[in-house]
Design a protein around this ligand. Structure first.
Ligand code: GLN
Length: 538
């Protein structure tokens, strides 16, 4: 049976629970164990699919088509293991499952309650599909003390009781602030947070203390004493310069060793930190730089394009160049400013997006990239905008548009209600917004002699999708005559997946999200190629 590690947070949010969990997973994996990561989110949305990126950052999509928390992206990037639908759950999903069962009369006349019905459903989720794992690391979203997270904490308390404390480990991540005015490190918030956790029955076994500066031994002793945790299990995590330094830092602090000791397990092989050291060095020391513009609606929030930022960094690692991300708000971008704003840019990227706002800025930037031969990568909405730009300016279809935001123009991008996956027809619906898009991994067939086929080095690729609208295949010939080829199609030939310009050094649009599959040690070929082209641009 798998051993279960629960990671809770205290004092404030955004301390890096996801990265700590992912780092620990890597370290255990590199010591020879099979690890799976899960995230339990206390909010009421059934999944983050309908939330604005301003609320919760990027929506990460899995191969099996789940719209999940962005931490699952960290998990995949750190461990190389693809996440599944069954790795992320929210209070909303738990409640909707329980309520559905109640309506079906499956509780046999009982009063349905938070304890045991909600907590049972949470426990079921934690345990499901875990028989092949050595460890399941479950991160609980939010912080201890939130009303919403109470049922989750209660469920993990019960869980430890159900499967035995020796098979369960509680890690609590807290903030140990430094006060400049008194030049002091303070342990009180951590003490309070642990007190809160203990009041609901959970005694942490390991405390990870996030701090701006190293925590002196006497403070660690204090935390150990007041929080009833072995001093060796008071682990510090001092701010790192790049997230890829985190596994190195946790290794130095012996987090993985303490976890194995707790479970009385031995390391099957020494942990390998070499790949992390190598990429950290490239990220921190490479002198050559390349400026990449990301032109989108959500640029003000750093987490909104998390996987994209990481994939671009991976492309930089591959090409030994530092990628400077220049974030440009497409809504504020005036047509008259485009030239001056993009003058020092070597590559232009238009990411995924929804709705009309900011489309003019995107379309005009694409025109600039096309005309000035600046490397361009359009992702999902970015590809759709490239199609509209080309139709308007090269095919002279001035009213070309997407039916997503204009019902009166010529819908070069339109809603489709049916598509094929794994030989089966899937029907979309426009009644519900959540979970009704073309989601998850789909095959695409690449055209011989295309740039894209050279980049991937194979004919069939699998990439993750998240969109409702598609490029109208009927326009294929018209576009190709003018130099834009549809170089990747769905296997049945109906859905354009990739476009590229013939007379341009690097201009590619993809209907899918390649950023979700890029890994630091296996940079995605599209991003490597895009950065390479950008590096060579003037
Ligand atoms: N809004 C577009 C669609 O639904 C694109 C979505 C995206 O960029 N992920 O088709």
């Amino acid at each position: 049976m798998a051993r279960f590690i629960f990671v809770t947070g205290g004092v404030v949010s955004s301390l890096g629970k996801g990265l700590s969990s992912a780092s620990l997973a890597y370290l255990l994996q590199s010591r020879g164990y099979k690890v799976r990561l899960r995230k339990l989110d206390p909010y009421l949305n059934v999944d983050p699919g309908t939330m604005s990126p301003f609320q919760h950052g990027e929506v990460f999509v899995t191969d099996d088509g789940a719209e999940t928390d962005l931490d699952l992206g960290h998990y995949e990037r750190f461990t190389g293991v693809s996440a599944k639908k069954s790795d992320n759950i929210t209070t909303g999903k738990i409640y909707s499952d329980v309520l559905k069962k109640e309506r079906e009369g499956k509780y046999l006349g009982k009063t349905v309650q938070v304890i045991p019905h909600i907590t049972d459903r949470i426990k079921e989720f934690i345990k499901n599909d875990s028989s092949k794992e050595d460890f399941v690391i479950c991160e609980i979203g939010g912080i201890v003390g939130d009303i919403e997270s109470l049922p989750f904490i209660e469920a993990i308390r019960q869980f430890a009781n159900d499967i035995g404390k020796k098979n369960t480990l509680f890690i609590h991540l807290t903030l140990v602030p430094y006060l400049k005015s008194s030049d002091e490190i303070k342990t009180k918030p951590t003490q309070h947070s642990v007190k809160e956790l203990r009041s609901i029955g959970v005694q942490p076994d390991i405390i990870i203390c996030r701090s701006e500066r190293p925590i002196p031994l006497e403070h660690r002793k204090k935390i150990s004493l007041f929080c009833n945790v072995d001093i060796k299990n008071v682990i510090e995590t001092v701010d790192v310069r790049t997230i890829y330094e985190a596994p190195i830092s946790f290794f130095r602090e012996k987090l993985d060793v303490q976890v194995l000791n707790y479970f009385k397990l031995k390391s099957k092989k020494p942990a390998n930190l070499k790949p992390w050291k190598k990429i950290t060095k490239i990220i921190l020391q490479t002198k050559k730089q390349v400026n990449i513009a990301i032109i989108g609606k959500y640029v003000e929030l750093k987490d909104a394009y998390k996987s994209l930022d990481e994939a671009l960094t991976h492309g930089g690692i591959q090409n030994n160049v530092k990628v400077n991300l220049v974030r440009i708000d497409s809504e504020k971008l005036k047509v008259s400013e485009i030239k001056s704003k993009l003058k020092h840019i070597s590559g232009i990227l238009i990411p995924g997006g929804f709705g009309k706002r900011g489309t003019t800025g995107k379309i005009e930037s694409i025109k600039y990239a096309r005309k000035n031969k600046v490397p361009f990568l359009g992702i999902c909405y970015g590809m759709q905008m490239a199609i509209i730009e080309f139709a308007r300016n090269q095919l002279n279809l001035k009213k070309a548009t997407s039916s997503e935001f204009d019902r009166n123009g010529i819908p070069v991008i339109g809603l489709i209600n049916e598509w094929i996956k794994d030989g089966k027809t899937i029907k979309g619906t426009d009644k519900n917004l959540g979970g009704t898009m073309r989601l998850g991994s789909y095959d695409a067939k690449l055209q011989n002699n295309s740039k894209i086929k050279k980049i991937y080095g194979k004919k069939i690729i699998k990439e993750r999708h998240r969109h409702r609208y598609e490029v109208n295949i009927n326009l294929k010939d018209k576009f190709e005559k003018k130099g834009m080829s549809f170089s990747g199609l769905s296997p049945d030939g109906f859905l354009p997946e990739i476009i590229e310009l013939k007379n341009h050094p690097w201009f590619i649009g993809v209907q899918f999200h390649p950023e979700f599959k890029s890994r630091p040690f296996a940079p995605h070929p599209l991003f490597s190629s895009f950065i390479k082209a950008s590096k060579n641009h003037k």
